[in-house]
Design a protein around this ligand. Structure first.
Ligand SMILES: Nc1ncnc2c1ncn2[C@@H]1O[C@H](COP(=O)(O)OP(=O)(O)O)[C@@H](O)[C@H]1O
Ligand SMILES: [Mg+2]
Length: 255
């Protein structure tokens, strides 16, 4: 028992968020631990993206944004004075719904971060290969690293975006509907990569698709209208939901 218990890596405590008059999150509390994928599921507009963007402080500059509550990384509030946002974002990487690919080669896309960090050539080459392998893309691109990344398929571009995050050696990986534009095979590749990666990282996977949450996640939270309706181990939530809203959502009756 006790050796299986993992320290909480990321803890959201009573977090609320408003865009002016629009209340996007109300009193959200959640925990994510290493060696597990936390899924945040819910229909469009339920606040999933707002929550992810709040974790690595991408909402700081949104006009009229107001928030309260705490978001703790290793027990320390990411909003406390003195936090360097660039450093926070290196520790907490983010993959977006639409793959962000830089207009350069496959290699240079992944090398971009390590080079900015001042790593030498040997380390950069090593980081590129390791990250592409970890993102389950290496086999498909090893022979064409100098080609423009724009030539990759959508599914490959999304794994490239994941590789770019991995090359920065993050501690937490946030993914915002990373498979929403992908075919089922590409979706499965990403889910398989995440299942391997969870052994080394804390992963938060946002999805509007309850079936993906059931397949890929260990813990799940159902977010609806800005509030956590229910959270718990995926096995329990999907077989014995405590709330009727959750039951309706996972059976496809809304969302
Ligand atoms: N920049 C913004 N300005 C005003 N309202 C916003 C902004 N971004 C999101 N919202 C609103 O906040 C709510 C939650 O949105 P969002 O976090 O994008 O949900 P989800 O990712 O679950 O679809 C929605 O009502 C949305 O319209
Ligand atoms: Mg969203």
């Amino acid at each position: 028992m006790s050796e299986q218990r993992q320290a909480v890596k990321l803890k959201v405590e009573g977090f609320s968020f408003r865009y002016g008059d629009v209340e996007a999150l109300r009193n959200v509390s959640l925990e994510a631990s290493p060696n597990a994928i936390l899924g945040i599921m819910g229909p469009t507009g339920s606040g999933k993206t707002t929550l992810l963007r709040s974790i690595n402080r991408m909402n700081d500059l949104v006009p009229n944004a107001r928030w309260e509550g705490r978001i703790l990384l290793d027990g320390e509030d990411v909003y406390r004075p003195g936090v360097r946002v660039e450093q926070l974002r290196r520790r907490v990487g983010m993959v977006f719904a639409l793959p962000v690919v830089l207009p350069m080669s496959i290699f240079d896309n992944v090398a971009y971060g390590p080079r900015l960090q001042g790593q030498g050539r040997g380390m950069v080459v090593e980081a590129v290969e390791r990250s592409l392998r970890d993102a389950a893309l290496w086999e498909e691109v090893a022979g064409r690293l100098k080609e423009p990344a724009a030539r990759l398929s959508g599914g490959q571009q999304q794994r490239l975006a994941l590789a770019r995050v991995l090359a920065l050696d993050p501690e937490v990986i946030l993914l915002d509907e990373p498979c929403s534009g992908l075919d089922p095979i590409s979706t499965l590749r990403i889910e398989e990569a995440l299942k391997r990666l969870k052994q080394r990282y804390t992963i938060v996977l946002v999805t509007h698709n309850p079936r993906q949450a059931a397949r890929a996640c260990d813990q799940v939270a159902f977010l609806y209208l800005g509030q956590v309706v229910e959270a718990g181990p995926a096995g329990r939530v999907f077989t014995h939901p405590h709330r009727s809203e959750t039951e309706q959502y996972i059976s496809g009756r809304f969302g």
